[in-house]
Write a protein that binds this ligand. Structure first.
Ligand code: FES
Length: 101
């Protein structure tokens, strides 16, 4: 799937992968603002992104654990996801993710 990250500085980073988590993909491609400090176990929120509102159907809903974690983040909104919890699938092709930090 092709995935577009838009950093806080409006830099557009387009990358492609077939599996793994979106966080791992972002870290591998040095996407600014995605740190993945906890290694992808949904406990640090340094992988916070906001899904383009028209692309929510590509990513599905956040799990309860993920939502609990996001609640602690003041910048979270209804489009927020922790991208270590997003597994890359074909369904995600073309998704645009705004990096929050
Ligand atoms: Fe820590 Fe996603 S990498 S919550």
């Amino acid at each position: 799937a092709k995935i577009t990250f838009i950093t806080k500085d409006q830099e557009e980073i387009i990358v492609e992968a077939t599996s793994g988590s979106v966080m791992e993909l972002a870290v591998k491609n040095n996407v600014t603002g995605i740190d993945g400090d906890c290694g992808g176990v949904c406990s640090c929120a340094t992988c916070h992104v906001q899904v383009d509102p028209s692309h929510v159907s590509k990513t599905g809903e956040a799990s309860e654990i993920e939502q609990d974690m996001l609640e602690l983040d003041d910048d979270a909104n209804e489009y927020s996801r922790l991208c270590c919890q997003l597994q890359i699938t074909d369904a995600m092709d073309g998704v645009v993710l705004n990096v929050v930090k």
